[in-house]
Design a protein around this ligand. Structure first.
Ligand code: UDP
Ligand code: MG
Length: 159
C-alpha cells in the first residue's frame, strides 16, 4: 500500500484565532475573518465573548509573571473578543504567518498586525503558537464543542 503523504496529516489541523478587543472596536472583524476564508481555511467555531480576567489568565497562563501580564489581562478584558477555530493544512503555522510578529513594528505589510497595528500591547489578533496549545485553547474557549460539517470547497483547495 502507498504510504500516506505527510501533508495529509495536517490538512485537518486546527488553530485558535481571536480578534482582540481593539480589533473588534476598530471594526476589523470582517477583514480578519475574510483573510482566513479567502486563504482556504474552514471555519468550525465562532463567537463574540466578553471574557473575564480569570478566563484570560487561563488563556495566557504561560505568561504569568511577565511584567506586561497585568496590563495584558486588563486589555483583553476591556471589551468583547471574537473567538474562532479555523481548520486546514498547517493551520497553526500559517495562521501565525498571517498574523505577523508579536511586535507589530516587526510585522511585514500584508500581515494582520503589519497592516493594522503599531503597538505590541494593542496588536489586534491572537493565534495559537503550536498544535498542542491550539488544542488547549480550543478546549478552553469552546467547551461546548465545535460544529461538524463538510466544507464543499475543500477539493478545490487541497490536492
Ligand atoms: N505582549 C505585550 N508586551 C510584550 C509581549 C507581549 O503586551 O512585551 C502581549 C501582546 O498582546 C501579545 C500577548 O502579550 O500578543 C501574548 O504574548 P506572546 O508572546 O504569546 O505573543 P503572541 O503569541 O500573541 O504573538
Ligand atoms: Mg502567544
Amino acid at each position: 500500500p502507498q504510504p500516506t503523504p505527510t501533508v495529509a496529516m495536517s490538512v485537518n489541523e486546527r488553530t485558535y484565532i481571536m480578534v482582540k478587543p481593539d480589533g473588534v472596536q476598530r471594526g476589523l472583524v470582517g477583514n480578519i475573518i475574510g483573510r482566513f476564508e479567502q486563504r482556504g481555511f474552514k471555519l468550525i467555531a465562532l463567537k463574540l465573548v466578553h471574557a473575564t480576567p480569570e478566563h484570560l489568565e487561563k488563556h495566557y497562563a504561560d505568561l504569568k509573571g511577565k511584567p506586561f501580564f497585568p496590563g495584558l489581562i486588563q486589555y483583553m478584558a476591556s471589551g468583547p473578543v471574537v473567538a474562532m477555530v479555523w481548520q486546514g493544512l498547517d493551520a497553526v503555522k500559517t495562521g501565525r504567518s498571517m498574523l505577523g510578529a508579536t511586535n507589530p513594528l516587526a510585522s511585514a505589510p500584508g500581515t494582520i498586525r503589519g497592516d493594522f497595528a503599531l503597538a505590541v500591547g494593542r496588536n489586534i489578533c491572537h493565534g495559537s503558537d503550536s498544535v498542542e496549545n491550539a488544542e488547549k485553547e480550543i478546549a478552553l474557549w469552546f467547551p461546548e464543542g465545535i460544529v461538524q460539517y463538510t466544507h464543499d470547497q475543500a477539493k478545490w483547495i487541497f490536492e
